[in-house]
Each structure stands twice: as structure tokens, then as C-alpha cells.
Design a protein around this ligand. Structure first.
Ligand code: GLA
Length: 690
């Protein structure tokens, strides 16, 4: 298990620390404090280009080598960033064409970070040069165990640029995709408002325009911009693999909030690295959902340092952030709780952002492990040292364990892009909120969840939930059918199969290519404004704990072979199906034609659990989050109390707690923000404590 922090040695030299005689002397003290806190890895250097190469072609990596040597003496490993997220000022002054142009064609200027166009060949060449020099100078340092490529991909809304070189690449991308301009016109539907082109070079970039672009063009633009980011990452990954074979590469991804295909980026990386922004207001299930999404980006061919598998949190917030309206302190125990949440969901490395509150720059009031004074007497340092002690105990036990899920939620960026751009049937519909309703219901019943693209092999899952796949490619529909045919249970919803991969609506009924799977057809759909509701009337054995509303969207379903589980209660479609189930091959295809409140999804999961033989990990009160890491017959449970008050848990069988070494049986009060890491097998061997 790696336990670490993001360290900026360049911030801690004279005059900000150290002395004129020994400007770097503080580094030693930092390393001592790190060791005392149980830290065994640091990430460094992701913004250091301007110090590595203060003038073009004049390199200085010695200072970083000295910092790595200090870490070596302390037994701390190092992850180095490639510094391409912060090009030096001289580069932008010499080559202003690298600056990214926005939708208005205006440059976003140098002087901060991320001011580069990822289609610029000049920028690519400079990146290759600095990475080659860096890897040559430091790549063989014994402390180096991983690379982080760039930093915060797509951050500060830099996913797309509108430079002339972007235009060139865009046209080449379109040509590779469509081959002939006739095919492009056909699939993009350029007859609409007769925006027909006769040459690829005439296809516009979606710059500021009087009104909305054709969604087909926008969708391709998003794919192209995403491919640009993937190519930029691949260029760096290939170079690093060549220069430092065996050293894995990663990036610090966010919970799928940025506009590029995170699955594609993860394919290029050796392991997934993430930023976790868990702060005081974070809802535990939302954070868990983000972690599960990110873990799911890479399910095979994972190569982490130490071959532990899983993923790393390369930036786990240590305390308050600085970008909220009000940046309150993270309460005692909460950082520990979120650290365990990450570990419980598969993290094999957790690094806190950042080691010490910087005295300089725009992030100086961002909470760190150390406060500005650097003494190591502060609350957060003590808390993190305590976690460090625990991790030393847990590391060997967790070795080789991972999270296994039998339920899966489908997610695709292309689908989300199709819902975000252009006019929509209901602007109040939000795909992430819809996903979260299903996720919460599984999470709160302690059923582990993976996420997957619809193109993945789903056969390992007993239950697949596919909320609102508006964009459904022909191949994707076939894979869903195959999954059900072979015995899977699929749940789909309204807003499914309304367009194909070209953003063309079907002429053979909704959901596109799936009417046979669901044994019904959606003839029309009625989007409802917020506050206006219909209701569901249930038939048969579906458990209903509440009166369930139908909100935001009501599909008008024409049943064919399907069984009707619920109907609408009112309006001109009263009595028509709202919830259906169809047997298809060996499996079941369930369709929910509307959106409801959270209670409905809880009821749904209770029903589906029985239908699919899914079992909750442990029976505990709803407010306790439970996750499991396992390997062969080792099963390690994590119980997290996200409440500010104690929760009483009843253990029917003895459970051994790794953190305290005690055996728990009968009633136990899990304290506010408390954590338990339990094992059933060892408890049985040891028997209850006296
Ligand atoms: C991201 C970046 C960090 C830092 C934090 C601040 O995580 O990677 O460099 O700027 O944001 O929130």
C-alpha cells in the first residue's frame, strides 16, 4: 500500500524556507516529518518546467535529483510528473501560436498553467524534448516508481481549442472517419439548414455562432477533441515507456467531469490515478460513485507500482479546498473517513494534496498536511500520521485484494455529449442525477457496483442498469441483446435509443433497435416540467413502500410481448404501461418509462436483488457504508459511518477488527465518522475477545 503526499520542493527553498547558506535545508526536515507520518511516496515536479529549463535548451535537473536523494535517504519513493501542464513563459513568448484560441478565436494567454493547444506540433515537439531530457536525467533514479503524465487533463475548460492547427487536425480526422465528403454530408445530415460542404476543409469548427450547431457535428467535435487529448497522453506514454521501460504511467483524472473519453485515456495509462475532492459538504454516496466510476475505467492490464492493482488517489484533499464560496475546514475524522472510502473501493495508493500550505502563489490558503508554519504540530498532520500508522498495519493484509461487483451501471461519454448539446426534450433532465438514483439504491444496500461502457463484455454481471442511453449505436444494441439472451438482467429507461451514433433518429420505433428486446415500443414521450407529476400504479409483486411519482418524462408505451408491472395513474395516458418486463432468451429486459423519487429506486433494488440473486455485503443500518476487498477466501470488510453521530451495529457473528485487534460481537456503537476494517475468518479462528 502506498501512502503519500504531493510535495513541491521548489516552494521550500530560500527565501521561503532554508537559509542563504543552505537554501534547500528544509527538505531534510520535510522528509523526517513525512517518515514520522508513515509516508512512503511523494509526487513531485508536475509544474516544474520553468525551473528545469529556465531558458530554452539550458537544463537543470540537479535540484530535483537532490530532492529525490533526500527522499532516498528517508526511504520514500517518488512519482514524477511530466511538467507539460505548465509551459514556461519563454515558450509562449517565442511561439505564441501554442496558446489555445477559444470559441471566439481569442487567445487564452500565458502566465498561469494549461495555456497550450494540444494540436500544436510546436508544443508537441517541446513536450517531447523536455520529457526526453527529464527521463534521461532522472529516469534511472532508484526512487522513481511512476510517472504522472501532464496534470489535470482538460482542466480549466481546456478540452478544446480553435487554432488553425486544430482546424487542420479536425479536417484530417473527419476525412479518416468519413473517407468521402458525400458520406460526411449524409451522416451529418448537412441538408438541415443546407450546410452542405464540398470539401472537408470547409467543415466548420463549432466556434461562436448565431445559434446551435448540428448535434451530429458537435458530437464529432467532442470525439475529435477527446481523441486529441488521448493522442497527447499517448505521445507522452510511448515516450516514457521507451525511455524508462517498466516504470508505469498515470494521470490525475477527475470523476468523469471533463469533456473527454476517460475510458480511452485509461486505456493508454498503465493505471488509473485520480483526484478526490472529498470535502466537508461531499455526500458519501456521490463520492463513492465517483470512485467506482474511476476504478471501472480500467478493469484489465493494470500495472501499478508494486503490482498491487487497483488505482491511486494522487490528490486526496487533506483539508479545505480554496475554490468554494466558503472553504470551511474539513472536520476531524473526515479525511480519515474519505481515505478509507478510497481504499475500500480499491485504491492501492493514497497521496494527500498537498504536503505543506504554500507561502506563495494562488493556492496558499489551500489546506495541506502541514500548515504554513511547517512545524508538524497541527491537527491535520496528527490525523494523517495516525492514518499512516494504521496503513502500516493494513498494507500487508490488503495486498492483492480487490473489489468485485456483480452489478453494473452503463455509462458512455458519447451518450452524455449527445444529451448536453443542442436543444433537448427536457432541459431539467440530468443524466448524472439519473445515474445517481440507481447508484444510491445499490450503494445504500451495500451492493458493489462497477461502471462500464455499453461495448464491454457484460457477461460477468448479474444485473446491468443502463439509465438513459439516448445515443445507442447499432453494435451496442446487439451487445445488450446478447447479454440478456445469455441470461442477464438488463434495466433500461426512458430516453433510450432516440438517436444512433450519427445522431440520426430511428424510423423503426424507439428504443432504437431494442423494441424486440423489451417486447414493446415507445410511441411518444411526454417531458414534464419540474413540479408537475404523474403517479405509478403497480400490479403484481413489485414492493412499494411509498406512492411513487412519475417525474420529468413519461414514455407512452405500446406493449407487445412484455409483462406490465406498473401503469400511469392519470392524464390522457392513464392506465398505459410505465414499467415493463420482457423475457428474452434466458434473461429479462426491464424498462422504466419515467423518472421517480429515490424511494422508488430503493424498492426497485429490493425487487431486483431477489430476481438476480444479489446479496448485500453485510446487514447493517442504512447509514453505514460497507465495501469489500477480497482475494480467494480473504474477505476484508470496510464499515464507514458518514454521520456526525454514532450508529449502533449488531454483529451476529464475531468479526475481527484489524485497526484495534479486537473481536466484535453483539452490539457495537460505531462512533461519528468511525471506520472498521473487519475480517470474518480470522475472528472465527481467534474467537471473541474476553
Ligand atoms: C487540481 C490540480 C492541483 C491543484 C488542485 C486545486 O487537483 O491538479 O494542482 O491546483 O486542483 O484544487
Amino acid at each position: 500500500m502506498y501512502f503519500g503526499t504531493d510535495y513541491y520542493p521548489e516552494h521550500w527553498v530560500y527565501p521561503y524556507a532554508g537559509t542563504p547558506e543552505e537554501p534547500e535545508s528544509r527538505w531534510q526536515r520535510d522528509a523526517e516529518l513525512m517518515v514520522a507520518a508513515g509516508i512512503n511516496v511523494v509526487r513531485m515536479g508536475e509544474f516544474a518546467w520553468g525551473l528545469y529549463e529556465p531558458e530554452e535548451g539550458k537544463y537543470d535537473f540537479d535540484w530535483m535529483k537532490r530532492a529525490m536523494d533526500v527522499m532516498a535517504n528517508a526511504g520514500i519513493q517518488v512519482m514524477l510528473g511530466t511538467p507539460t501542464a505548465a509551459p514556461p513563459i519563454w515558450l509562449a513568448r517565442k511561439h505564441p501560436e501554442i496558446l489555445p484560441l477559444d470559441q471566439n478565436g481569442l487567445a487564452r494567454h500565458e502566465g498561469t498553467r494549461k495555456a497550450y493547444c494540444m494540436n500544436s506540433s510546436v508544443y508537441w515537439d517541446y513536450c517531447k524534448k523536455i520529457i526526453t531530457e527529464l527521463a534521461t536525467a532522472l529516469g534511472k533514479h532508484p526512487q522513481l516508481i511512476a510517472w504522472q503524465i501532464d496534470n489535470g487533463l482538460g482542466g480549466h475548460e481546456t478540452e478544446s481549442s480553435f487554432n488553425e492547427e486544430t482546424r487542420r487536425d479536425w479536417h484530417a480526422w473527419l476525412q479518416a472517419k468519413y473517407e468521402t465528403v458525400e458520406r460526411l454530408n449524409e451522416f451529418m445530415g448537412t441538408r438541415f439548414w443546407t450546410q452542405i460542404v464540398t470539401r472537408f476543409e470547409d467543415v466548420p469548427m463549432p466556434m461562436k455562432s448565431p445559434t446551435v450547431y448540428n448535434p451530429s457535428l458537435l458530437l464529432d467535435w467532442m470525439r475529435f477533441s477527446s481523441d486529441t487529448i488521448v493522442a497527447f497522453v499517448r505521445m507522452q506514454a510511448d515516450l516514457l515507456h521507451e525511455l524508462t521501460p517498466g516504470i508505469p504511467v498515470t494521470n490525475n483524472l477527475r470523476a468523469l467531469t471533463r469533456c473527454f473519453d476517460h475510458f480511452d485515456v485509461a486505456d493508454v495509462l498503465d493505471f488509473v490515478g485520480i483526484d478526490s475532492n472529498a470535502t466537508i459538504k461531499t455526500k458519501s454516496a456521490e463520492n463513492a460513485c465517483g470512485m467506482d466510476m474511476l476504478r471501472s475505467l480500467k478493469k484489465a492490464n493494470i500495472k501499478t507500482p508494486g503490482d498491487d492493482g487497483g488505482f491511486w488517489v494522487v490528490e486526496q484533499k487533506a483539508n479545505n479546498v480554496n475554490w468554494q464560496e466558503v472553504n470551511s475546514l474539513v472536520r476531524p475524522g473526515v479525511v480519515r473517513l474519505f481515505t478509507y472510502q478510497a481504499i475500500s473501493r480499491g485504491a492501492t495508493g493514497v497521496l494527500y494534496f498537498l504536503w505543506r500550505q504554500a507561502r506563495i502563489g494562488s493556492e496558499k490558503f489551500y489546506g495541506g498536511v502541514l500548515t504554513h508554519d511547517g512545524r508538524g504540530e497541527n491537527r491535520v498532520y496528527k490525523e494523517i500520521s495516525h492514518i499512516g500508522d494504521e496503513i502500516k498495519l493494513l498494507g500487508p493484509i490488503l495486498q492483492g485484494t480487490s473489489v468485485a461487483a456483480e452489478a453494473c451501471i452503463l455509462f458512455s461519454h458519447e451518450n452524455e455529449w449527445a444529451m448536453e448539446h443542442g436543444p433537448q426534450p427536457n432541459r431539467y433532465f440530468n443524466q448524472r442525477e439519473h445515474n445517481q438514483l440507481f447508484y444510491n439504491a445499490l450503494h445504500d444496500r451495500n451492493i458493489p457496483v462497477d461502471f462500464a461502457r455499453p461495448t464491454e463484455d457484460l457477461s460477468r454481471y448479474k444485473l446491468v442498469i443502463a439509465p438513459s442511453l439516448k445515443l445507442l449505436a447499432g453494435g451496442e444494441a446487439d451487445l445488450l441483446k446478447l447479454y440478456v439472451q445469455n441470461g442477464g438482467t438488463l434495466v433500461s429507461t426512458f430516453h433510450t435509443g432516440l438517436v444512433d451514433e450519427h445522431h440520426i433518429a430511428p424510423d423503426n420505433g424507439y428504443p432504437h433497435d431494442l423494441t424486440d428486446l423489451f417486447g414493446m415500443e415507445v410511441l411518444e414521450f411526454d417531458p414534464l416540467p419540474p413540479g408537475e407529476e404523474n403517479h405509478l400504479t403497480f400490479k403484481g409483486a413489485f414492493p412499494t413502500s411509498h406512492l411513487h411519482p412519475a417525474k420529468l418524462w413519461c414514455d407512452l408505451i405500446e406493449p407487445k410481448e412484455c409483462q406490465i408491472l406498473a401503469t400511469y395513474a392519470k392524464d390522457f395516458y392513464a392506465g398505459r404501461p410505465a414499467l415493463t418486463m420482457n423475457t428474452f432468451g434466458l434473461g429479462k429486459a426491464i424498462y422504466i418509462g419515467t423518472m421517480s423519487h429515490q424511494h422508488f429506486y430503493y424498492d426497485l433494488i429490493v425487487w431486483l436483488r431477489q430476481l438476480c440473486n444479489l446479496f448485500p455485503l453485510l446487514k447493517v443500518p442504512d447509514t453505514v457504508e460497507v465495501s469489500l476487498r477480497q482475494k480467494d477466501d480473504t474477505r476484508i470488510y470496510f464499515l464507514l459511518n458518514h454521520q456526525n453521530s454514532p450508529v449502533r451495529i449488531q454483529f451476529y457473528k464475531p468479526m475481527h477488527d484489524f485497526l484495534t485487534g479486537t473481536v466484535l460481537q453483539g452490539n457495537y456503537d460505531l462512533p461519528p465518522h468511525g471506520v472498521l476494517v473487519l475480517d470474518e475468518r480470522m475472528a472465527q479462528k481467534q474467537g471473541p475477545a474476553a
